[in-house]
Design a protein around this ligand. Structure first.
Ligand code: ZN
Length: 888
């Protein structure tokens, strides 16, 4: 919260109105200089309120509050007719907007239109006057005052100029240009020219005039005119496609159901469309299409093939049939975000392009599920303001859990949930904690963070656990049915659950949705063996001046001689204790038996309980905690637990066990090593094989070399092969270089990165071709591109001057066309090379002096020529170095 430092005189002014001393609105000099002693003269009795503000120099002011946008006009229908000027990256458009005044009669229509050239505005063919001085709001004066039930239709002819706009963005969406022309003049080989849009948050008003707010909705119709070779995609159904006399074609896409302007989309390019089908419960077929570049047509089903199953699963789970006409997914180049839930026309970045072998390592089903689920949460029921964004994103995030649980089982879902939780903690650490429904954000783009997504998803999971599946999913159904095609704020969600469950849920929503932070819980056990009673002392340790004192209903699992039982408790104070009876030996007490709570929990209990917990709790997180806690203790039991965990049914537990084995190994050292060798060669999950490979670097060189070579030869996973190559590079670099050259033909991203690093350290002159090709291709992006360039810098320093001189061309190209990560570090990288060349010059100086002394003038002249070349190279490179970035 921002605070402004002001003197007490302002405080006086605030109060003076109330006591009737200052009738005039004019503030005189005397008022302003009134000092605090005057204030003290007032007795507190003169104030109506019960409390008087203490006199302080620092006066808190009202914090930022981002309200929902006031609705003046309701959009009804938006008809767009667009064509493109590829040379100028511009759109020529005509928007026909049907609307009505929301409540108050008015002759004004205010539209968002960013950076456009407005050609004319008309109503029924008659020109209307308008102002557009800020290039942001188009203020139209209608031909008369319209009452709230009177529809009117306005047409606007305009040119959209996205490239002329200054853009900014968020962590989730890196630009707000709205409309993107990619390689529009086809200057870059192998980069298919294309056009696509990205609306969220309020960037679609760059390419059509609208009320660009999440609390406005409109039906839509788009006529897109393009050269006949292009495919188009938009929301709704393709209702017509007509060839024009000039060789162009006009496609009309129409969506009869209303949605928010940020969900409007278009894409144009020589895409291939692959058809798929979803069969609705009534037997009717719905189109599920995938749009990709021609070379990926063969991979489409492997990438997106689960989509119809997902539509069916989510429709059933929510009890609301997928509400839209069709479901298309398209992959575009240079996308500015991960993916976007444009209604029925979802966009993905090119990272989803994967072949069968790449899909062994990772798939993008979580993202596919996420965007699909938005079609209920976001597209059907829309957050009414960006402060309420979790009503979109928390659900989409949670859908990933639902899909994993259904398709891959509870362990995989819990594992992914753990990653989400860690993402929330990380984002909190770097950006601080804030209310989940965050009215006081500075910029709407800040809403796209680890709170709205990760934390929100975890909160929904807790709510599901608390209410039970029946009430939870019925509550979601109630929320969707009640608010469909409308907008909602968080209270609509609470009330939907309250109506279904019959239970007040303010306490839950207050602490989780309207509050910030998470509980930090410490428990301590006191065991009274004689009487068979265990007392669990529980403390909430989070800072309570900032975070709530939580109310946490939770299940405790107790294992004793009679087996396992569940006790329900409610934690709701800073310090509490609960006592439970046990029979025979107490084996374990586990707080949060279902492992659903968001928060940090530290259970102080005997390590024997953690070992019991590994074998008996049956949930991913409790097993993970057991391994980490009990492995700190070197004992036979903990060693056996870690050894057994290397054969756990869930892969991440196996992987964790491998990483912990060094700590606990004792009597099982040899068996453990054999098991890890076995895992490196045969485990079903690539990640586990990678974990095992990293462990095996400790083997004697000859044995490690044999195993790594065997893996590189036989494994199918690129992730595993590249890890084995990296490991081989560490233990036996001379063997690695030959094998690396054989792997070039794979042309896989992971492999190429490791090759670059191997060549960086061990490559010879011939490897220049690899580096030049990969750098010029520009297929590696972001941090990967940076890794490649660093490897090149290491490599080139070891080469001779002929190759080193060529680096000037490469660095010049990167300086112009490299990605932002590379550009950020390029000066440092070049400087690193230049320093080594300066050393070379010094060395040559010495050699020249020695040669001259020995009267070997011919040889000395040769060295002088080389020295000159180094000096020229240093000069040339220095023009590329930004000394400010180096901190000079
Ligand atoms: Zn999302």
């Amino acid at each position: 919260m921002k605070k402004f430092l002001v003197g007490t005189s302002i405080l006086f002014l605030l109060f003076s109105c109330k006591v009737g001393k200052n009738d005039s609105n004019e503030i005189s000099e005397a008022d302003i200089t009134t000092d605090s002693s005057t204030y003290d003269d007032f007795s507190s009795d003169e104030f109506d309120g019960p409390e008087v503000m203490p006199l302080v120099d620092e006066v808190p002011v009202r914090g930022i509050y981002n309200p929902t946008r006031t609705i003046l006009t309701d959009l009804i229908h938006t008809k767009l007719e667009v064509s493109f000027n590829w040379d100028k990256s511009q759109l020529n458009g005509k928007a026909t907007i049907t609307a009505k005044q929301h409540f108050h009669a008015s002759d004004s229509l205010i539209l968002d239109a960013k950076g456009m050239e407005i050609k004319k505005v008309e109503i029924l063919g008659k020109p209307l006057s308008f102002t557009y001085s800020d290039s942001l709001k188009l203020r139209i004066k209608l031909d008369k005052k319209y009452a709230r039930d009177e529809k009117f239709t306005v047409t606007i002819e305009y040119v959209a100029k996205p490239d002329d706009r200054e853009t900014s963005g968020s962590a989730a969406i890196t630009s707000d240009k709205g409309l993107y022309f990619i390689n529009p003049k086809n200057e870059k080989n192998g980069n298919m020219p294309q056009i696509w849009t990205q609306g969220e948050t309020e960037a679609n008003s760059v390419w059509f005039p609208t009320i660009d707010s999440p609390n406005s909705k409109s039906t839509q119709e788009i006529f897109i005119t393009v050269l006949d070779k292009y495919l188009t995609l938009s929301n709704g159904k393709l209702v017509s496609s007509k060839k024009n006399a000039d060789g162009t074609r006009t496609d009309c896409w129409k969506q009869d159901l209303p949605h928010a302007p940020y969900l409007f989309m278009m894409a144009v390019g020589e895409f291939k469309m692959v058809k798929d089908t979803y069969i609705r419960p009534d037997g009717s077929k719905m189109e599920v299409n995938y749009y990709v570049e021609p070379e990926y047509e063969k991979n489409v089903k492997a990438i997106f093939g689960e989509t119809p199953n997902m539509i069916k699963f989510f429709s059933q789970k929510l009890g609301v049939e997928y509400p839209w006409d069709k479901y298309s997914q398209i992959v575009v180049r240079d996308y500015v975000s991960g993916a976007m839930e444009n209604t029925g026309a979802v966009i993905f970045g090119e990272y989803v392009y994967k072949n069968d072998r790449e899909l062994l390592d990772a798939n993008d089903q979580s993202t596919i599920a996420h965007e699909l689920f938005h079609h209920w949460f976001g597209d059907l029921v829309t957050c009414e303001s960006w402060a309420n964004l979790p009503l979109n994103e928390s659900f989409a995030n949670y859908s990933q859990y639902l899909w994993d649980e259904y398709r891959y089982g509870i362990d995989e879902a819990d594992y992914q949930a753990e990653q989400e939780t860690n993402g929330y903690y990380e984002s909190g650490m770097y950006q601080g904690y804030h209310d989940l429904i965050w009215f006081s954000h500075n910029d709407k783009e800040e809403m796209f963070d680890g709170h709205s997504y990760n934390k929100g998803g975890r909160i929904l999971h807790m709510l599901r656990n608390y209410l039970g599946d029946d009430a939870f999913f019925k509550g979601l159904n109630n929320y969707l049915v009640t608010n469909k095609f409308k907008t909602a704020e968080v209270h609509n969600l609470r009330m939907a659950f309250e109506e279904v469950s019959g239970e007040d849920l303010n306490w839950f929503f207050d602490q989780w949705f309207l509050g910030k932070g998470h509980p930090i819980i410490h428990t301590v056990q006191t065991i009274d063996k004689e009487n068979g009673i265990v007392k669990i002392g529980i403390k909430q340790r989070q800072k309570t001046d900032d975070f709530p004192i939580y109310k946490i209903p939770v299940n405790i699992a107790i294992w004793d001689a009679s087996g396992k039982r569940i006790e329900k408790i409610v934690i709701d104070s800073l310090e509490q204790s609960f006592s439970f009876k046990f029979s025979g030996e107490l084996q374990n007490v586990l707080l949060d038996a279902d492992q659903v709570l968001l928060g940090k929990f530290f259970e102080d209990k005997p390590s024997s309980q953690f070992i019991h917990q590994y074998y008996n709790s049956g949930r991913y997180r409790s097993k993970l905690i057991s391994l980490k806690r009990a492995s700190k203790l070197k004992s036979d039991a903990s060693e056996k637990m870690v050894f057994d965990a290397m054969n756990d049914s869930f892969w991440d537990i196996r992987m964790t066990a491998i990483s912990l084995f060094d700590v606990v190994k004792n009597k099982l050292s040899e068996q453990g090593m054999n098991r890890i060798k076995d895992l490196a060669l045969t485990d079903a999950k690539p990640q586990v094989r990678v974990g095992a490979i990293n462990f095996l670097k400790a083997l004697p060189t000859a044995e490690a070399t044999t195993i790594f070579k065997k893996i590189i030869e036989n494994d199918k996973s690129y992730m595993v092969i590249s890890s084995a190559l990296q490991a081989l590079m560490e233990v036996n670099p001379n063997e690695a270089i030959g094998i690396a050259r054989n792997l070039e033909k794979e042309n896989n991203k992971n492999i190429n990165l490791v090759l670059a690093e191997v060549y960086g350290q061990k490559g010879e002159a011939q490897e220049i071709n690899f580096f030049e090709q990969k750098i010029n291709e520009g297929k590696l992006k972001g941090f990967d591109e940076l890794r490649l360039v660093i490897a090149y810098a290491v490599y080139i320093m070891r080469m001779d001057i002929d190759l080193q001189e060529k680096s000037h061309t490469i660095y010049t190209m990167l300086n112009e066309k490299g990605g932002s990560s590379v550009k950020m570090y390029l000066s440092r990288i070049i400087d690193y090379n230049m320093n080594s060349y300066r050393e070379k010059v010094n060395q040559l100086d010495m050699e020249i002096a020695q040669l001259e002394e020995a009267k070997a003038f011919g040889q000395a002249d040769d060295k002088k020529r080389i020295k000159q070349r180094y000096e020229d190279l240093i000069n040339n490179l220095s023009t590329l170095v930004n000394t400010e970035e180096l901190g000079f």
